[in-house]
Design a protein around this ligand. Structure first.
Ligand SMILES: C[S@@+](CC[C@H](N)C(=O)[O-])C[C@H]1O[C@@H](n2cnc3c(N)ncnc32)[C@H](O)[C@@H]1O
Length: 279
């Protein structure tokens, strides 16, 4: 199985909860109509938190983007999504903000995603671009974006969701440095998995087993984990906000909540900004 299959997995697990607009939901349904759900269904049966994890991280990314839009509208006028996979996020964002533009990057399913966006979200497609690009090569990322009309002189919101599990830490740090380096007001919303031994033991073992099952299926030894503050420091960044699934579940009003305590899950969604220089 290729790494691109993990995108089918997340979309099947999150379903309609992956999207926030009619255009996004149309894209999700169209993708799911052509996707084999078997792997996702068997993982969801074995790992009861798999589906809530997928739904809650989608909700949290949307929550952070919406908050940025309220506080600093200019920052979300350009949205870049490396490792976008089948995610409806950029389509949702363009449907919500009529002046925004978005760029997606991935290794796989580029032409198929483009065809689906053109079919399901025709009105926003002129403001949407996707390119094949290895997100672990930061220079290639900025070159691909520049070639597709991205304006590096303007602030940009970057969303790295479900990506850092698959990229070696040094490359992840370079990518985030590059993202925040382009403009002082740019932001990175990044989803990370904490090291399994940093949370409650039983929950950590569940997360480890789930990630190990995914790694095995795509022919990897393991998925990468990060401690958010250390990651931010390594990137010359500061943590502006951080959300765990228990807090997201409470804010979202889930009843019953899928997670009650932050230490029940390794999943964190982190909003990074450039570190403030005192020089
Ligand atoms: C778990 S999926 C997440 C998809 C989407 N971001 C979401 O959360 O719904 C991981 C995605 O990252 C892509 N990916 C993995 N390694 C990559 C790399 N080095 N460069 C670009 N994309 C990559 C995969 O192809 C896949 O689409």
């Amino acid at each position: 199985m290729h790494v691109g299959a993990t995108s089918d997995l997340i979309l099947t697990l999150a379903g309609d909860d992956a999207a926030f607009t009619a255009e996004g939901r149309a894209l999700v349904r169209s993708v799911l109509a052509g996707t084999d759900p078997q792997w996702a269904h068997s993982l969801a049966q074995l790992h009861r938190h798999a589906a809530p994890h997928a739904r809650l991280r989608k909700w949290t990314v949307w929550h952070f983007l919406s908050r940025l839009a309220e506080e600093e509208h200019i920052t979300v006028q350009q949205l870049v999504v490396p490792g976008a996979g089948w995610s409806p996020l950029a389509v949702d964002w363009l449907a919500t903000d009529p002046t925004a533009r978005a760029w997606e990057l991935d290794l796989e399913n580029i032409d198929a995603k483009r065809a689906l966006v053109q079919k399901n979200a025709r009105a926003i497609a002129p403001r949407w671009r996707n390119r094949r690009c290895d997100a672990s090569d930061a220079a290639a990322v900025t070159a691909a974006l520049a070639g597709a009309g991205w304006d590096s002189s303007q602030p940009t919101a970057w969303v790295l969701e479900g990506l850092l599990y698959y990229i070696a830490p040094a490359a992840a740090i370079s990518l985030i440095r590059e993202a925040l380096g382009s403009h002082p007001d740019s932001r990175v919303i990044v989803e990370v998995g904490l090291p399994d031994d940093s949370i409650q033991q039983a929950a950590g073992e569940e997360c480890r087993a789930y990630h190990q099952a995914i790694a095995l299926a795509i022919g990897r030894d393991h998925l990468y984990t990060h401690e958010p503050t250390a990651l931010a420091a390594a990137c010359g960044a500061r943590v502006e906000a951080i959300m765990d699934p228990a807090t997201a579940s409470r804010l979202r009003g889930d009843s019953p909540p899928a997670f009650v305590h932050p230490m029940e899950s390794t999943q964190r969604v982190v909003l990074l900004a450039r570190a403030i220089s005192l020089a």
